[in-house]
Design a binder for this molecule. Sequence first.
Ligand SMILES: Cc1cc2nc3c(=O)[nH]c(=O)nc-3n(C[C@H](O)[C@H](O)[C@H](O)COP(=O)(O)OP(=O)(O)OC[C@H]3O[C@@H](n4cnc5c(N)ncnc54)[C@H](O)[C@@H]3O)c2cc1C
Length: 407
Amino acid sequence: MHEKSVLISGGGIAGPALAHWLARSGYRPTVVERSPAPRPGGQTVDLRGAGRTVVERMGLLPAVRAVTVEERGIAYVDTNGRSLGQMSAEAFGGEGVVAEIEVMRGDLAQVLLDAARDGVEYVYDDAVTAIEQDEDGVLVRFQRSAERRFGLVVGADGLHSGVRALAFGPEEGFVRPLGCVTAFFTVPDRYGLDGWMRMYNAPATMLALRPDRVSGRVKALMGFRTPPTGVHRRDAAAQRALLTRTFAGTGWVADQVIADLQDSSDLVVEELGQTRMESWSSGRVVLLGDAAWCPSPLSGLGTSTALVGAYVLAGELARAAGDHRTAFAAYEAVMRPYIAQAQELPPGGVNGFVPRTRLEIALRTQAVRWMNRWPLRNLMAAQFGKSDAIELPDYAVSPPTSGAFVG
Ligand SMILES: Cc1cc2nc3c(=O)[nH]c(=O)nc-3n(C[C@H](O)[C@H](O)[C@H](O)COP(=O)(O)OP(=O)(O)OC[C@H]3O[C@@H](n4cnc5c(N)ncnc54)[C@H](O)[C@@H]3O)c2cc1C
């Protein structure tokens, strides 16, 4: 009776994408999201390879292209803003550091939400607090809503997944910190980017500015090396204070960006980490996206792997006619090799993003100058080619319907 009702925890990227596919194959998804409304914030995420193919199969490529951000490429600058080396958006066939399809995370989330409305129930400002499984289904308790039974529960609730903690155990057992904090926020366009993403490193810090889709604004990205701090759990005032202390006087436009940070309304601070798990399911509970395999933003593959995972999970459930054991095993079999290579970080790893010393910065800058030439060119091409390293099964799901089921 409950077999076709699926609770999805997390209304970010993976959650609504899965809801879209499940609704198309006759399931009744409910999405519970902790935030009171769809979360804005974040900056451009890359749509690459198989992730782009999934968006195409969802029929959403035109909607995504309509909100694509035009970026000319990435330029590494010195403290005076002079370019030290650059890579254009066309490098590596449009699959370089700046991918051909760059879209604001908030815009992509909105496109996915719009595509997963019919037949999908959304509950905001709530979260799962307890999960009890039996032979026929799962009893779920919530912070605010009354308890309910579902056939399946999916944790698509990000790096710090609540469902993972309840069904698999504490985060420390699964999330490997990478020793780096990142912050995303929006600032006024006063930095003369001229269409380029500009990135500056001082020892152990990184500041980047990228064009926004909306004129008059640019996206700021900060990164700094640190042992785990739990900063993502602190309030925005404490996060601003930490960023201000860390970046004051580091060079280039850091002081102006810090001044602009105080007025920003969409600050997102996160500790970089990767999720590593031996299994993504436990009975009727399964994990998806960052909750299961976060490859970290350094990979440039977090969004694409989440979209591909949503497609494969829904497709295998449909193919197995709802036999969740068979479907979850097939989902892992299809996804594991793709995820394993997505989690191998690009050459240099965190050091390529936030070098710790002046010598490391100089070496990284040299590497950028050589990126378009052999042998680095081959190394980088291999990294960017990973986005396509999966043969997407064809699940023959019916085309989108409207008004099939609500609630
Ligand atoms: C606001 C925001 C901004 C981001 N910006 C960037 C960026 O600029 N660049 C980049 O590379 N990556 C960014 N990311 C991460 C990126 O979206 C993911 O790596 C990737 O798209 C995988 O998506 P996901 O749906 O698995 O996870 P996420 O996109 O992180 O979505 C998880 C969702 O679950 C919700 N959630 C968390 N805990 C609970 C809970 N206990 N109960 C219910 N809901 C819960 C969160 O509020 C969020 O909406 C951002 C994530 C967020 C949430």
